[in-house]
Design a protein around this ligand. Structure first.
Ligand SMILES: Nc1ncnc2c1ncn2[C@@H]1O[C@H](COP(=O)(O)OP(=O)(O)OP(=O)(O)O)[C@@H](O)[C@H]1O
Length: 312
């Protein structure tokens, strides 16, 4: 595994089968250091399975991966000391009191930040003497976040972290994550069902469907390269436009054609312009439109995906 500078997480052809059923299929991802990377996908897409492999909780069937240059299958688990994580199924000790869990963590994690832990506990108002088993789902998530941030993580991995939280806590949680990322020292990798989480938090976005990552890019790159061309041609649409690799969709209304471009926008625009349209302009493309067209072009059901796009 290459120890490449600049990437916090890297996977190559990562695959996981459960009894022959493929849950994660050939996933190759690059997560730049210092980024907030949002992975979006509907129920059953394979997000938790992928995260389970990154955290060393699940053994890959094939492929490989590294966090901060160390293999995710490294049996010593050394990399975990620099990784904070919050998962849906919190791996916390049910028969410990909160204070005991924190005490244990302070001994296990070499970079444990007791001040930060105390401040976060106060902010969340978590009762130190409560048993872990008696906490609500949202309180467990809060406790997991307190721990995740107190290990001074270089990488923070969050599996649908806000799913059990009420709206006020959701907001507070997101704020904390953004503050953590703003320090520039922490890379955040999170999964979500919802497009609006990506739009509000992430600077790198990926879409997962049925075990595969269909799309993975930096938002700046998306804004620069995924746009729409609106054009009118003297003799209707030149057929070769439909066959261009970068063209996701062509829609016509009267004589005006809207050409959705997923990549290399400037080159495609220049090629279309050379076809001598009567009129041509470039229009911004939202993430929602881009994802819907990408998912559709790959032949996946838009119904599954539509819920992720519309839900708040
Ligand atoms: N331990 C397991 N044993 C068998 N199948 C599993 C196991 N864990 C996950 N799967 C299957 O793998 C597929 C992907 O599940 P996964 O939980 O990774 O999806 P997800 O994108 O996280 O979904 P959700 O958003 O609902 O949490 C599903 O078909 C699921 O049934």
């Amino acid at each position: 595994m290459a120890d490449r500078v600049g990437l916090a997480i890297e996977t190559f052809g990562l695959r996981k089968e459960f009894d022959g059923d493929v849950a994660v299929d050939s996933v190759s991802l690059s997560v730049p250091e210092g980024s907030i990377f949002g992975l979006m996908g509907p129920n059953g897409a394979g997000k938790s399975t992928l995260i389970g492999m990154l955290l060393g909780m699940l053994q890959p069937t094939a492929g490989s991966g590294a966090i901060l240059g160390r293999s995710i299958t490294d049996p010593s688990g050394a990399v975990r000391a620099q990784v904070g994580y919050v998962t849906d199924a919190q791996h916390l000790y049910p028969y410990y009191r909160i204070a005991q869990v924190l005490e244990l963590c302070s001994r296990v994690y070499p970079h444990w930040d007791a001040k930060r832990c105390a401040a976060l506990m106060k902010a969340f108002g978590l009762p130190q003497q409560k048993w872990v088993w008696s906490l609500s789902k949202g309180m467990r998530t809060q406790l997991a976040l307190v721990i995740a941030l107190s290990v001074k993580p270089r990488v923070l991995i969050l599996d649908e972290p806000t799913s059990g939280l009420d709206p006020v806590m959701k907001q507070a949680f997101k704020q904390l994550i953004l503050e953590e990322a703003a320090t520039g020292d922490t890379t955040v990798f999170f999964s979500t069902h919802h497009l609006h989480d990506l739009e509000r938090m992430a600077d790198h976005v990926a879409v997962m469907m049925e075990g595969r990552v269909l799309f993975s890019k930096g938002l700046d790159e998306v804004k620069e390269n995924a746009r729409k061309i609106q054009a009118v041609f003297p003799d209707g649409l030149p057929e070769e436009i439909r066959t261009m690799r970068e063209v996701l969709k062509v829609e016509g209304q009267g004589r005006v054609y809207a050409i959705t471009v997923s990549d290399h926008f400037h080159e495609v625009f220049a090629r279309v312009k050379a076809m001598q349209p009567i009129y041509i302009e470039s229009v911004d493309l939202g993430l929602e439109e881009l994802f819907i067209h990408t998912v559709g072009k790959e032949g996946y059901s838009l119904e599954l995906f539509a819920e992720s796009v519309s839900a708040q």
